[in-house]
Unconditional design. Structure first.
Length: 511
């Protein structure tokens, strides 16, 4: 009984177990087939973003860091400092340094590359500062010179350019060509054309002068070359003429106008020479009409022509040469004063100021206007003092005073003579003594015979014969090479002319 039960019961339990296993196999098979089908479908999809599953967004899928597959190492995943160990630290997984290097950098936080870069930058800055500091005086002087030149303060400009040049301590002058060009211009405007040309030849190579930026210098030097050629050739033509042959001189000068001058190897020839044929290798110039008219003025003055003729020659000189215009404007103004044409003289005075506001000629002409036109000798003296003080106030004023002070000292002496003429006794003597002292200073600064003679005449007026005796000994010693006394000295000594006549003659104004 029990045996049957057990047998029947065991068969029942085995059947149940088998059925359960078969059900599980069926389910597993179904799930496996589904998984295979899903994998095949996924392989056919190019863009995973197109998969749409409810409640599932593949963009938000983030694998557990611990389950991510290891990526191959590359240089940008290694420590930026040592380049051997992987980047990242426990404190900062995103660090570009490894644990060891970051520990070192925390202890020594300076990157040697950064330190080196700072040192290099500081070196460059210091070098630039030293270079700038060394060039500041030069640059400053040059700019002051430029400003003065613009304001037509020519002596100040010249002095500042000289000071700038003195700051140069290099053998290579190529970076200073602009400075030398400006100094040459100032020298040219101050009528020092020989120095201007010499500086061009010494400091400005021909290849530089040909550059567009040096056009003004090129034109300036060409003008100087033409004037040199003209002056040399004119003197050759006039060498055989007597100084008194005014008509012959004027005729010869007129014949040269427009004629060509040929220069080759320092030799000059012109179109008037029948036995000279140019070969095309010469430098060709044309006679400068300004020079021709200036020589006419000189001949007219020797011939003692009237002021109208003198003024005509000077005006034509100014019209034909900008360079010579600066030279003749004071002659024009003073000649007009002597001729009583005061309005024209004032116009020329304004032109002189526009050419060079620091010119002592400005003060000379104004002093002459006070003396001739206004009979105001006190203001004539004051304007001379102003001019002398102006010269002294200039940088390097002592040197400029030594060169040009005699012009105003002579004017002061002439005004003092006119003041003395209205006085008697000791007052007259005192004024004449002042005039004598001024004339003495003028004579010591000037090589002109007029300055010497005025000093001698005033000495005679004070019964001081020493200046006359000294000059007479020198004239006798040098003979024909000496400059003889003027007629004024002889006539005053003989009592044939007065001091006031001498002072107002105009012969001592044209210095």
């Amino acid at each position: 009984m029990s045996k049957d039960k057990t047998k029947n019961g065991g068969q029942s339990e085995n059947n149940d177990y088998r059925e359960e296993m078969e059900e599980l196999a069926r389910i597993f098979k179904e799930e496996l087939d589904k998984a295979v089908q899903d994998a095949e479908d996924a392989a056919q999809i190019d863009d995973l973003d197109t998969i749409e599953v409810e409640g599932y967004n593949p963009k938000e899928l983030s694998l557990d860091e611990s389950k991510k597959p290891a990526a191959p190492r590359s240089e940008d995943m290694l420590c930026e400092c040592c380049g051997e160990r992987p980047r990242g630290t426990k404190k900062n997984p995103d660090s570009v340094f490894c644990e060891d290097c970051e520990a070192i950098l925390e202890k020594y936080p300076y990157d040697w590359k950064g330190v080196l870069a700072i040192v290099v930058v500081l070196g460059i800055v210091i070098s630039a500062f030293i270079l700038f500091a060394s060039n500041v005086p030069l640059f400053s002087k040059m700019k002051l010179g430029d400003k003065a030149l613009t304001e037509k303060k020519l002596y100040t400009a010249m002095t500042k350019y000289d000071e700038a040049v003195s700051c140069i301590n290099e053998e290579d002058l190529s970076q200073y060509y602009g400075l030398f060009a400006k100094r040459v211009k100032a020298e040219y405007m101050l009528l020092d054309m020989s120095t201007a040309l010499a500086e061009c030849n010494e400091y400005l190579p021909e290849s530089v002068i040909k550059l567009p930026t040096f056009k003004e210098t090129r034109e300036l030097t060409a003008d100087i070359d033409e004037m040199y050629a003209s002056a040399y050739s004119i003197q050759n033509h006039l060498a055989d003429f007597a100084a008194s042959d005014y008509e012959g001189i004027i005729k010869r000068l007129d014949s040269l106008s427009g004629k060509k001058i040929y220069e080759k190897n320092g030799q000059y020839h012109d179109e008037t020479e029948e036995d000279y044929t140019p070969d095309g290798t010469e430098t060709v110039y044309t006679y400068n009409d300004g020079w021709l008219n200036l020589y006419k003025y000189s001949a007219a003055r020797v011939a003692e022509k009237d002021e109208a003729e003198l003024i005509a020659h000077l005006e034509k000189t100014a019209e034909n040469s900008d360079y010579l215009k600066r030279l003749v404007l004071p002659l024009l103004a003073s000649t007009c004063v002597g001729a009583g044409n005061y309005e024209k003289a004032e116009a020329f005075l304004e032109e002189i100021k526009l050419q060079n506001s620091e010119s002592p000629d400005c003060y000379m002409i104004q002093s002459m206007l006070y003396r001739y036109r206004d009979k105001d000798y006190e203001n004539g003296l004051k304007i001379c003092d102003e001019g002398l003080n102006m010269l002294y106030s200039l940088t390097n004023g002592g040197e400029i005073y030594d060169q040009l002070g005699y012009i105003l000292l002579t004017q002061a002496s002439l005004n003092l003579i006119m003041q003395a003429e209205a006085l008697t006794g000791s007052q007259r003597t005192d004024k004449l003594d002042e005039a004598f002292q001024a004339a003495n200073q003028a004579a010591s600064l000037s090589s002109l015979a007029e300055a010497r003679d005025l000093y001698i005449i005033l000495g005679l007026a004070l019964d001081n014969t020493e200046p006359y005796d000294t000059a007479a000994e020198e004239i006798e010693m040098y003979g024909d090479d000496a400059i003889p006394f003027s007629d004024d000295v002889k006539n005053y000594k003989d009592g044939k002319i007065t001091l006031s006549e001498i002072a107002m003659s105009g012969r001592y104004d044209l210095q």
